[in-house]
Design a protein around this ligand. Structure first.
Ligand code: ATP
Ligand code: MG
Length: 508
């Protein structure tokens, strides 16, 4: 049996992981200069949180979430005969009363059905004695009619809350914001997160089932467009820190609850007229989420989409003013952008400002970051109505792909390889290794004595920058021989000079 990582999920190994760490570290540093603090969020949450915030009709919630029932102690699999069924029913009744399984009306009726069926069976089997040729109380789940009657309510019974692996993190940030009453904190609440997200998508380049995001959220009383612009400025400062060149910023405004519904209806009406020319996905979205049709990448739909009404022409006065102010604020910061009237996001909670950043080298999965404003979300999840929000999520996997495509490579991690010879040299080698590590050098110390040539060749293949030779001569002279492997430069130094030499070569 050979195990493999499941489809759409991958391992990030050294030295690539070193590049990941560097990028994540850059995010921590840049975001801190804008006053953001890290929030560490749970990987799973109640399914309802995502259903509410991301939206039931989105791809994410309707088909991509990894959801499971956080089941209690009751085990359906153990139902084998009447006795174990009766036991299951009794356990379920108890758990329902105690609130250990959800006290929903669905559960109440499933439970009622099971109780009725149990009583029916009990009557039927009363007095039956299998040894006298009476009815067999045994393996009734193998009979045809009964399992159906039995399994219906047993499987309808929800034995625990439905949980989901998080497909995104904004909902969790907002949940935490409300849960900890963060609206009472002074000023704006600025949070960033780094971690994995999960969506059951078709795996391909730049699209995985476990992928990573670096995201930030700003929550507070103001919806001033200067905040939107500053969030975007921070994002671009980060991209420039990690040397992502030729990132392109696209912006749009998708209106708010005053003006968007009218636009959506207009869009829907226009789409109805061209329905037959659209693909199945877009046809479905006419009803569920017409804005998402604008997002379509199908070549044959492009000429149709080009003729659809633009939301920019349908914005209400306050949304239009907000959008104009955003553009002024971006210009003030000398941030280049392109307007894209088709830019919508796949999550329901966005409003007004939306933006996306693309990077080269990624094929059709070229969006490395998506973000926008979500002023109604805090209220939707039960928090104070006055709280506004804006944020973004960077797709780290795609960012790394683009950086690597552009030639970013992990630095060699190994500074020093200690080639020791002769058992008498070993204690000195161990002591030296510890000393160098205390000074933050990465050191490789072979556990056993090796022939000199073999030892140096291993140092070379490990990509060490220096080999330090500890042999009899060195011990006698209380010195070390250090060899720079790039050019073979070799010198003999006492320990203090060796440290100085290695330190100066680190900064060089
Ligand atoms: P896309 O249109 O590419 O599917 P999205 O609109 O679903 O992206 P968001 O939910 O806004 O993406 O997430 C923000 C970013 O996270 C995306 O721009 C992308 O870089 C990254 N991302 C989203 N889904 C995946 C995935 N399955 N694999 C890798 N990265 C992803
Ligand atoms: Mg997507």
């Amino acid at each position: 049996m050979k195990f493999q990582a499941i489809k759409g999920v991958r391992d990030i190994l050294p030295p690539e992981s070193e590049l990941w760490n560097r990028v994540e570290q850059a995010a921590r540093e840049v975001f801190a200069t804008y006053g953001y603090g890290e929030i560490r969020l749970p990987i799973f949450e109640p399914t309802e949180l995502f259903a509410r915030s991301v939206g039931l009709d989105t791809d994410i919630v309707s088909k991509e979430m990894y959801s499971f029932e956080d089941r209690s102690f009751l085990a359906r699999e153990e139902i084998r005969d009447f006795a174990s069924f009766a036991e299951f029913v009794a356990g379920a009744e108890r758990a329902f009363k105690a609130g250990e399984i959800p006290q929903t009306s669905n559960n109440a009726s499933a439970l009622g059905e099971m109780v009725r069926y149990r009583d029916e069976l009990a009557k039927e089997f009363r007095g039956a004695d299998p040894t006298k040729g009476g009815k067999d109380l045994g393996d009734f789940t193998n009979q045809l009619v009964r399992p159906y009657k039995l399994l219906g309510p047993v499987f309808a019974l929800q034995m625990g809350p439905s949980l989901s692996l998080r497909p995104e993190a904004t909902a969790s940030v907002v949940r935490a914001y409300i849960e900890y009453g963060m609206h009472t904190r002074p000023g704006n609440v600025k949070l960033y997160y780094i971690g994995p997200m999960f969506r059951r998508e078709r795996p391909q380049k730049g699209r995985y089932r476990q992928f990573y995001q670096i995201g930030a959220e700003l929550l507070g009383p103001s919806d001033h467009a200067a905040l939107d612009a500053e969030v975007i400025e921070m994002l671009l400062a980060f991209f420039s820190r990690v040397n992502l060149t030729s990132a392109k910023l696209y912006i749009n405004s998708i209106g708010d609850k005053n003006c968007r519904p009218a636009y959506v209806e207009r869009l829907r009406a226009e789409l109805q007229r061209v329905r037959e020319k659209l693909g199945a996905d877009s046809q479905r979205r006419i009803e569920t989420n017409p804005l998402r049709v604008l997002d379509s990448k199908l070549p044959e739909e492009q000429p149709i989409i080009d003729k659809l009404p633009h939301i920019a022409d349908c914005l209400c006065d306050s949304c239009r003013e907000h959008y104009e102010e955003l553009k002024r604020q971006l210009a003030l910061r000398k941030i280049e952008y392109q307007e894209n009237w088709r830019l919508v996001r796949g999550l329901d909670y966005y409003m007004r400002t939306t933006f996306e950043i693309t990077a080269p080298g990624l094929g059709s999965q070229n969006a490395v970051c998506g973000g926008g404003r979500y002023d109604g979300l805090v209220e939707l999840l039960g928090g104070p109505a006055a709280t506004k929000g804006i944020g973004f999520a960077i797709g780290t996997d795609r960012l790394m792909l683009s950086l690597q495509e552009a030639g970013a490579a992990a630095k060699c991690a190994l500074d020093v390889y200690i080639a020791w010879m002769g058992v008498q040299a070993y204690p000195a080698a161990v002591a030296l290794a510890r000393k160098l590590r205390e000074h933050n050098f990465s050191v490789e110390l072979p556990p056993q004595e090796m022939k000199f040539g073999k030892s140096l060749s291993l140092a070379d293949r490990l990509g060490a920058r220096f080999a330090v030779i500890v042999g009899e001569d060195e011990l006698a002279a209380r010195q070390f021989t250090v060899k720079r492997l790039a050019d073979g430069d070799q010198r003999r130094l006492p320990e203090s000079d060796l440290l100085e030499y290695l330190t100066s070569s680190r900064t060089a």
